[in-house]
Write a protein that binds this ligand. Structure first.
Ligand code: FES
Length: 111
């Protein structure tokens, strides 16, 4: 079972930018990569650090605390010290809104 959660307007996440949103108590990071909005866990899988304080580097996201890069397709950690991937969540865009498709219950999160 999945639940659909409307988290932002598409115009709030311009191409090449990211935006943190909250679902319940969890942070989820929206990233607009080449016009496609993707969603990942918003906290680094290494230690507790908000990933919207990092920076987009091509098709990767760099955590600003210890500079691990994450692949924005798979969520994989590309450099130490992070080892676990970022969880990626399905996104649909409907009527100019960004909608997440999340499992019922706790949101999966690594780290
Ligand atoms: S907290 Fe992100 S790499 Fe350490």
């Amino acid at each position: 079972m999945t639940r659909r959660v409307d988290v932002a307007g598409l115009d709030e996440v311009e191409p090449g930018t990211m935006k943190m949103v909250q679902v319940g108590g969890d942070n989820i990071l929206l990233v607009n990569l080449h016009g496609e909005v993707r969603a990942f866990q918003g906290i680094c899988s290494h230690e507790y650090f908000e990933l919207d304080r990092g920076f987009l580097t091509g098709d990767t996201l760099t955590c600003a605390l210890h500079l691990s890069r994450f692949d924005l397709e798979t969520g994989d950690a590309l450099d130490p010290p992070a080892e676990e991937p970022l969880v990626r969540y399905p996104v649909v865009v409907e009527d100019g809104r960004v909608v997440l498709e999340l499992p019922e219950g706790p949101i999966p999160y690594n780290g």
